[in-house]
Each structure stands twice: as C-alpha cells, then as structure tokens.
Ligand binder design. Structure first.
Ligand code: MEV
Length: 436
C-alpha cells in the first residue's frame, strides 16, 4: 500500500485554479515532478518514433484531454486520479461526488481472487470423459513444464500457472466440445501476452497425450476468478437515499437502463485505463459479460438505503484486470507519469482505484438523475463546448454562454443550433452585448 497522505488541503478550490496553478499545486502535493509538469505544459508526447513502436501505419497521435479527479480517499489513502477523456463533466462529477462521500462516509475495496483465465479449445472431442481424465492426471506435470519454460518470470515473482480445469460444452449439433481453462497469477501484468503464450505452449503436449485436436488458444476477458470490489458507505438524508435505491433497482432489473447505468460506471473507469496505458476494451468486455452472468444483463452496481441507520451502501464487483508493468504502461511517458501520480504499488491497487471511481461516478449520475436531472449538471458544462462549436471568438464566448444558460433555464433544452442563432444575433447587432 502507498504511504498514507492527507491531501485534503491541497484539494481545496482545485477546480477554480488556473492551469498553471494546478501544475504548481500538483507539484507541491508531490503528485507531479516539475519535469512532468513541463512535459504536460508543452503538450505531452511528441515523439512519433515511439508511436511506431505501438501500432502500424502511424500518421500521428490522437490527443485526448487529461484532467485529475480530486477528493478521493480510498481505503484511508488520499489519491490524485488522472483521467483522459473527452466527455464534459465526468471529472467534475467524480470530484464533486468524492467530496460528498468524504464528508459523510468512506470508500473501501477488496480483491477477490488472483487468477486470470486462458482458454484452450478442442472444438470436437471423440470421448470427453477419457479426455478429461487424461488431462487431470497430467495437469501437475503440464503446470510444472509451462512454469519452467514460459512463466518462469512470473513464478519468480510469486505467480505463474496454478491450475488446469476441463469444461464440457454440449454443441447444438450433438457433438462435444472440450475447453481447458488454464488459471494463472499474472502478478502486476495484465497477463494477456503471457497467458496466450502459456496456452500455445500447452497445445502440443495436450494433442500428444490425448490424440485430440486443439483448435484455438486465447485468454478470456470474463475473469470471474479475479474480482475487484468497491464499497461506499455514507450517511445521507432518507429522501435521497431512497431515490438512489430506486434508481439502482431500475438498473438491476431492466437491461435497457442497466446498459446506460454501466456506461456511466465506465465513464469513471475508462479514463483511468486510458491515462495509465491499459487495455480498456478488455475491461469493458469483461465487465459487460460479468453483468450478464445470470442470463440477464444487469447493473454492475447495487445501492441500498438503510433508513434505520440512515446509511446508503453501494457496491461494485467486477473483473478489472489491469497491468502496471509491460506494454504501453511503461513505454508511454504520460502513462508512466499517471501511474506515478497514483502512487500505487501494485496492479491490484490500480484495479481498486478504477472500481472506486466507477462506483463514485455512478453515485454522482444517480444523484443528478433523481434530483436536478442530467441537463443541469451535464448540459450546463456542455454549453461551453456548444459556444466553441458555434465558432464564438474569445470576446464573444462569455456573452454567448450567458445567453445559452438563460435559454436552458427557460426551455430546459439547449442545442448547437441555439448557440449558432445566439452568435448570429450577436454579430448582427440584434443583441448589442459587446458593450456589456
Ligand atoms: C452519461 O455519459 C452517463 C449517464 O447516462 C449515466 C447514467 O445514466 O447512469 C448519466
């Protein structure tokens, strides 16, 4: 665990600071080194040669805005959380909701299980029972071999392949498929590369022993053997507590609402994965599959209000398998800087942070949706983007923004065409506001 830090004072008024003051504050609190602040100030990574190391046919970088979520205290430790995301209000909502929890409750986490899953498919086996028996008898030898040859590095760090299981899948055409699950502890790696190599390595010995044909090998993103759990417990008024519980039940029972609820959760998680160079598609796939584990797609979060103790409890439990070593996480300077800012000591710490921000983001959304509505929190900030999108020049921006806020208040709706219209009126002199 990281050294316990009290950053409360540093978080105060953070959103009101200028960008330069933010760099200064982050350097003061030890979240950024001054050379990292310079790197960010200069626009971040410029080296196209590095891009060539990541992908093919490189033509440039796609820059996303990166901000920091403040006020998070997770398992008693204050964290500054980097988030790379294009959507307005996500970082503001996360920081605001984290402050609310900080004032009246706490966020804690747990890791349930350590193993990731690799799959070896045999599309058609002649005699499943015989096959299963042969694999089970040989599994200790297979594990020893693969740990010696492929996963040696992991074994040295306390990880490696731990067990092998055989699953039977009855096909609709009457044939029998066998799937071998290889379970391994990837330590601080996300584990995709090593797991794929482990499975490929086992292909020959499995075929040699059983005479059956291996048809493919790949890791699984539905890692229900390694779950991260985040829990929020806080005192709230009965009215808001009950509203959040009702919103939660809606998302638990209705897949249409569950999809939007879980998108909101991922609003909190994906930006951290991107900032730290992690594979957000893998986490998304795993989370959605886990959300449908009983056959119906449901919310990945659950909120309940206890009126006796006036306590709201929220839980998120999901596979969030991330890495802090290898691949982009170590090569990309911004990912490196983000990992340092988080002051994590293991990949599990990063999973815990992701789970918490996802849960907190969900609470922020449910609170807004069941009280003021999404427009006020979301669109008000979006006005800024509409103003820029309409082409307002520096001098015109505050005037257009103010007028759009008035329109929003009046009509409860706002769009780009409103912004264009306001700007047109302003320029044609209909609204003589240059003098205001
Ligand atoms: C918007 O990006 C996310 C929300 O739709 C999430 C939700 O509905 O819970 C606000």
């Amino acid at each position: 665990m990281a050294i316990s830090k009290d950053l409360k004072e540093f978080f105060k008024g953070f959103s009101k600071l200028s960008r330069d003051e933010r760099y200064q504050r982050l350097v003061e609190m030890g979240a950024l080194k001054s050379q990292d602040a310079d790197f960010l100030r200069a626009g971040g990574i410029q080296d196209l040669g590095l891009a060539e190391k990541f992908v093919e046919n490189v033509i440039g970088y796609f820059q996303l805005p990166m901000g920091v979520a403040t006020n998070f205290n997770i398992d008693g430790i204050d964290r500054v959380i980097p988030m790379a995301v294009e959507e307005t209000s996500i970082i503001a909502a996360a920081s605001k909701t984290a402050r609310w929890i900080r004032e009246s409750g706490k966020i804690t986490t747990e890791i349930l299980g350590r193993l990731i899953i690799g799959q070896i498919q045999l599309a058609e086996v002649k005699d499943f029972d015989r096959f299963k028996m042969q694999i089970e008898e040989a599994s200790a030898k297979f594990i020893e071999q693969v740990n010696e040859v492929v996963a040696k590095g992991l074994v040295e760090r306390g990880g490696g392949v731990k067990s092998i299981e055989v699953r039977k899948i009855e096909r609709t055409d009457g044939k029998t498929m066998a799937v071998i699950h290889v379970l391994a502890d990837p330590c601080d790696a996300m584990g995709a590369n090593i797991m794929n190599q482990v499975c490929e390595f086992l292909k020959e010995p499995i075929q040699g022993l059983t005479g059956e044909t291996v048809t493919m090998c790949i890791l699984s993103n539905l890692v229900d053997t390694k779950l991260t759990r985040a829990k929020v417990e806080m005192k709230v008024d009965p009215e808001i507590g009950m509203k959040i519980q009702e919103a939660s039940i809606f998302a638990e029972e209705d897949p249409y609402r569950a999809a939007t609820n879980n998108k909101g959760v991922l609003n909190g998680i994906d930006p951290i994965l991107i900032a730290t160079g992690n594979d957000w598609r893998a986490v998304e796939a795993g989370m959605h599959a886990f959300a449908a584990r009983d056959g119906q797609y449901r919310s990945i979060t659950r909120w309940r209000y206890d009126s006796e103790t006036e306590t709201l409890v929220g839980i998120l439990e999901a596979p969030i398998v991330v890495g802090t070593v290898g691949g982009v996480t170590r090569l990309h300077p911004t990912a490196q800087l983000s990992l340092e800012m988080l002051e994590i000591e293991s990949a599990e710490d990063l999973s815990r942070i992701c789970a918490c921000v996802g849960l907190v983001q969900n609470l922020g959304a449910l609170r807004a949706l069941t009280t003021v509505g999404i427009i006020e929190g979301h669109m008000k900030l979006h006005i800024k983007n509409l103003t820029l999108g309409a082409g307002a020049k520096e001098k015109e921006i505050p005037i257009v923004q103010k007028r759009l806020e008035e329109i929003l208040l009046l009509r409860k709706r706002i769009s780009l065409s409103n912004a264009i219209e306001v700007l047109k009126d302003l320029r044609s002199g209909k609204e003589n506001v240059y003098n205001t």
